[in-house]
Design a protein around this ligand. Structure first.
Ligand SMILES: Nc1ncnc2c1ncn2[C@@H]1O[C@H](COP(=O)(O)OP(=O)(O)OP(=O)(O)O)[C@@H](O)[C@H]1O
Ligand SMILES: [Mg+2]
Length: 455
């Protein structure tokens, strides 16, 4: 460091600069010849002596930083993928998460807004579609593979965008997660064609190999316990939908509006999940309003409640939609109970009103049968001889009342079926212990017989 009589001046200038610019200038002035005796440097010269080298140092530092930044950008560019190339899903989606967990993260994030768009696209691009498993009114359902796990992909045709949007919106309702409600995630998936881009609307969900309850009952009969397990899970799903849960982690009451055996899926463990919420309506209890979807879609005519068929439904009351669901639930129970095998006796699979209307009936056909003739599906006499079937028959009748207010609530149905489950299981335990007792008795008798035979 060069020290001379000007050092106090240098320090004053440095201090002033530090105060003005808030930059700590630590300048070492090397090799500057001392001024000739008596000639003395002016303040300007001194400032120049200090500022020029310090500016040079600053410029050098800035240039160095720019060079490093540039290098980093080039490195990132070199590793960036083509937007059309599938992204490495592990970069965006945690590698050890299955779809169910991702959906869980999504529904517990609290935002209710779903997975981030980029993650949605990443998942969609890494799903490999395997086979078409069904076609509905609003799109086609495919079995796909995602990280080795089977998933169901419902691809909506572009004209059914509103259906997709509604279904995705309802599924993203916070706290809708329930073991008896299908938990899908909606994916909007953009794909690029030669002359622009188009968006495919996907709804990805857990894949259930048994398919819908309609498919299952067509293929198999069920035991009494199997019927009750299915009935209880269906009633639990509908009861959860219908229930309003108050609080920050609450959910609004939801009415399904398209309850039918094709919209219920059967899980491997013999329980069921409610699917297809594209027509659902939510109730806002604060304002007592219903967010009727801006969707022209109507429910399935065969399952429509009488008040929908004759247009007498009070659309301004949310209760009306729940009561209409209960009517359809009664019809689903009827389809299920017919396939219950008791001592080898059961009926063939049929859709409700199969003996009254043609396939794909019109609203008018249904109205004549349900509202004018007041007909309901037949409840066979033999159901009276099996307690579980007798209870199921009673529930159905109480779901089918022409007066919507007289119908059971979903919670009541659930409780009655749940009690029947307890009774059936108790009876099974008693039957089993009776059998064990008889078997033991026979064995003991056998021993006694052998004992006496020896004499
Ligand atoms: N998650 C799933 N797992 C397994 N199979 C499914 C799944 N979702 C749907 N399916 C099958 O795909 C079929 C078509 O379903 P989709 O909801 O598109 O039409 P639908 O319910 O039969 O008729 P619509 O909805 O038009 O009234 C179902 O009947 C069922 O067999
Ligand atoms: Mg469906």
């Amino acid at each position: 460091m060069y020290c001379n009589q000007h050092l106090p001046n240098v320090i004053t200038i440095l201090k002033t600069l530090h105060e003005k610019t808030n930059v700590c200038l630590c300048v070492c002035v090397f090799g500057v010849e001392p001024p000739p005796e008596g000639s003395g440097w002016s303040q300007l010269e001194l400032a120049a002596v200090i500022l020029v080298p310090s500016c040079l140092v600053c410029v050098g530092v800035i240039l160095g930083m720019c060079a490093v930044q540039n290098l980093r950008c080039n490195h990132i560019k070199a590793h960036k993928q083509d937007p059309e190339e599938p992204l490495d899903d592990q970069t965006l989606v945690s590698p050890d998460k299955c779809l169910k967990e991702l959906i869980y993260d999504m529904s517990t994030s609290g935002s209710g807004s779903g997975l981030p768009l980029l993650v949605q696209r990443t998942i969609a691009r890494t799903i490999v579609l395997q086979e078409s498993i069904g076609k509905g009114r609003f799109g086609e359902v495919w079995r796909g593979k995602w990280r080795g796990e089977d998933v169901a992909v419902k691809i909506f045709s572009s004209r059914d965008e509103r259906s997709w949007f509604r279904e995705a919106e309802i599924y993203q309702t916070i706290m809708l997660r329930h073991e008896n409600i299908l938990g899908p995630t909606s994916l909007s998936f953009e794909s690029r064609e030669n002359n622009g881009s188009w968006t495919q609307l996907w709804l990805v969900s857990e894949y259930h190999e048994h398919g819908s309850l309609f498919d299952y009952l067509n293929r198999y009969t069920v035991s009494v316990e199997g019927m009750i397990v299915l009935a209880l899970s269906i009633a639990s799903g509908i009861a959860h939908l219908h229930m309003e849960i108050i609080g920050t982690q609450g959910k609004p009451a939801i009415a399904h509006r398209d309850v039918k055996s094709k919209n219920i899926l059967v899980k491997k463990n013999g329980t069921a999940v409610i699917a297809d919420l594209g027509l659902a309506v939510k109730h806002d209890s604060n304002t007592n309003t219903i967010d009727i979807p801006i969707n022209h879609r109507v429910g399935t005519k065969r399952y429509m409640a009488p008040e929908i068929l004759d247009d007498s439904i009070n659309m301004s009351s949310f209760e009306s939609f729940k009561r209409a669901d209960i009517y359809s639930l009664g019809l689903v129970f009827w389809e299920l109970a017919r396939r219950c095998s008791v001592q080898g006796i059961y009926e063939d699979f049929q859709l409700p009103y199969y003996d009254q209307v043609q396939s794909d009936p019109s609203v008018d056909d249904m109205r004549k049968v349900v509202c004018e003739q007041k007909l309901r599906p037949n409840i066979p006499n033999q159901w009276q001889s099996c307690e579980a079937l007798r209870v199921m028959g009673k529930i159905m009748r109480e779901c089918w009342y022409a007066n919507p207010a007289a119908r059971l609530t979903a919670l009541r149905v659930k409780k009655t079926v749940s009690q029947t489950m307890v009774d059936v299981r108790q009876r099974n335990v008693v039957c089993k212990s009776k059998l064990v007792f008889l078997a033991k008795l026979c064995a003991d008798c056998g021993f006694l017989a052998l004992f006496f035979l020896q004499f």
